[in-house]
Design a protein around this ligand. Structure first.
Ligand SMILES: Cc1ncc(COP(=O)(O)O)c(C=O)c1O
Length: 456
């Protein structure tokens, strides 16, 4: 028995139970998702795909045609085929897609697979600049994809925090990208997908790709537009953020679905098959069938009416928290939020960098992360802000009252800082006492709103 690891897991359970998770890309999965992930499916190799025939978004059809020939490289797939067909079918239904590839091991793998499916080395991708909220996989020079493809970045309007659509149009006409990519890790507005689709339509051979890793749960819950309903061809996402599933990736597409073992022409219509071939064998080996089963459970849960309520509450909570923080004098990028994300300029709020503020919050049991603000003049490891969000605390059942309490705690932390004390840090003794009180208040909230695995 490996006691060490299980002791550490128990410590992590305690940390998650007693603290409040405000990192916007994290969540708490249901006991069923956890169970599927910890199942014997991890023992199975399933390279290849099930047969896609007959999938119409219903569980009944997904389960029906399992005797038809599959496209796998190993035997013993009678159960894994049913699982993957259910996962694909449910994902298609949830996101109004013609096809779903449920095999990407992560969001980064999903993005790389789409690039590999559609681009030749040297081709251009127009995506959101990292310094304005885009993701590493959208062209950071440290990534493999940035060494292969040419990424051109667009920014946000510094006053409104919104996308600058005229700038996107100008850049698209100038660079003629093969992909226009909308996606982000720190952007608080709702993109105008129609406007971007209209820009893409003017560029021959341009694939419209949305990386909705952060807001997929809001899309599934009907409180955020679905890019596939607004002219986009492909949507990638993680399954573990607002969507509340296992860690993993997912690629949804519009187009014609065919046999993934057969080569198809390079057209937007064939993008489902180009992507399948790019995921396996293009960029990955065997799928993680235990994770695919957990994704299927997550999609099932996201199709239930309660999930709509959760998604609505995530946004409501984020708006309440943002407004309360503003009332306390916090400076928010974009002056608030339209989704689950909040980005605070800590330098302007209380004169400390994001890392310092993150560490102070950590001591009180509030977990959030230091983050760059648009055009941040500071270094990556001590940026000017912190990013937080409401998915995980909403899953625990918290509402507007608790958002007010969290804002009050964060304001008490900001009160320690020099900018609020004539340039001096708050007296150490007082600070220590307040931290103990805040830790207790956070623990109280944690007890009152148990995690899904503690609820049972
Ligand atoms: C927009 C976006 N895309 C992709 C990813 C990468 O996902 P993963 O960490 O699963 O590779 C993230 C993760 O933070 C993200 O925010």
């Amino acid at each position: 028995m490996d006691e060490k690891i299980f002791e550490i897991i128990a410590d992590e359970e305690r940390r998650q139970r007693e603290g409040l998770e405000l990192i916007p890309s994290e969540n708490y999965v249901s006991p069923q998702v956890l169970k599927a992930m910890g199942s014997v499916l991890t023992n199975k190799y399933s390279e290849g795909y099930p047969n896609f025939e007959g999938l119409d978004g219903t569980d009944a059809r997904a389960l029906k045609e399992t005797t038809i020939e599959n496209h796998r490289y190993y035997g013993g797939q009678e159960n894994t085929d049913r699982i993957e067909r259910l996962a694909i079918s449910r994902a298609r239904r949830l996101f109004h897609a013609d096809h779903a590839n449920v095999q990407p091991h992560s969001g980064a793998q999903a993005n790389n697979a789409v690039y590999n499916a559609w681009l030749k080395p040297g081709d251009t991708v127009l995506g959101m600049d990292l310094g304005h909220g885009g993701h590493l996989t959208h062209g950071s020079p440290v990534t493999q994809s940035a060494k292969i493809y040419n990424f051109v970045g667009y920014g946000t309007n510094l006053e409104t925090g919104d996308l600058d659509y005229d700038e996107i149009e100008r850049l698209a006409k100038e660079h003629k990208p093969k992909i226009i990519l909308v996606g982000y890790s720190a952007f608080m507005k709702v993109p105008d997908f129609d406007r971007i689709a209209a820009i893409g339509a003017q560029i021959p051979g341009c694939l419209l790709m949305a990386d909705m890793a952060h807001v997929a749960g809001l899309i599934a819950g009907g409180v955020h537009p679905n890019p596939l309903d607004h002219g986009f061809h492909v949507m990638t996402t993680t399954t573990h953020k607002t969507l509340r599933g296992p860690r993993g990736g997912l690629i949804l597409s519009k187009g014609v679905v065919s046999n993934p073992l057969m080569k198809v022409g390079h057209s937007i219509e064939n993008i489902p098959t180009l992507i399948d071939r790019s995921v396996f064998p293009g960029t990955q080996g065997g799928p993680l069938m235990h994770v695919i089963a957990a994704k299927a459970v997550c999609f099932y849960e996201a199709l239930q009416p309660e999930f709509k309520q959760y998604a609505k509450q995530v946004v409501k909570n984020a708006k309440t928290l943002a407004n309360e923080l503003k009332e306390c004098g916090f400076k928010l990028i974009g002056d608030g939020t339209e989704n689950h994300l909040i980005l605070i300029d800590t330098i302007k709020t209380c004169g400390v960098d994001g890392k310092t503020f993150e560490k102070l919050c950590d001591r009180c049991g509030l977990t959030l992360n230091a983050n760059a603000i648009p055009n941040d003049p500071r270094k990556r490891f001590s940026p000017s802000g912190v990013r937080l969000g409401t998915p995980a605390i909403t899953t625990r059942g918290m509402g507007e009252n608790e958002m007010k309490m969290i804002a009050t705690c964060m304001n008490a932390i900001a009160d320690f800082c020099p900018a609020r004390n004539n340039g001096e840090w708050q007296n150490m003794e007082i600070m220590g006492k307040v931290i103990v009180e805040l830790r207790e208040a956070v623990r109280y909230l944690g007890k009152k709103f148990p995690t899904p695995t503690d609820r049972k």
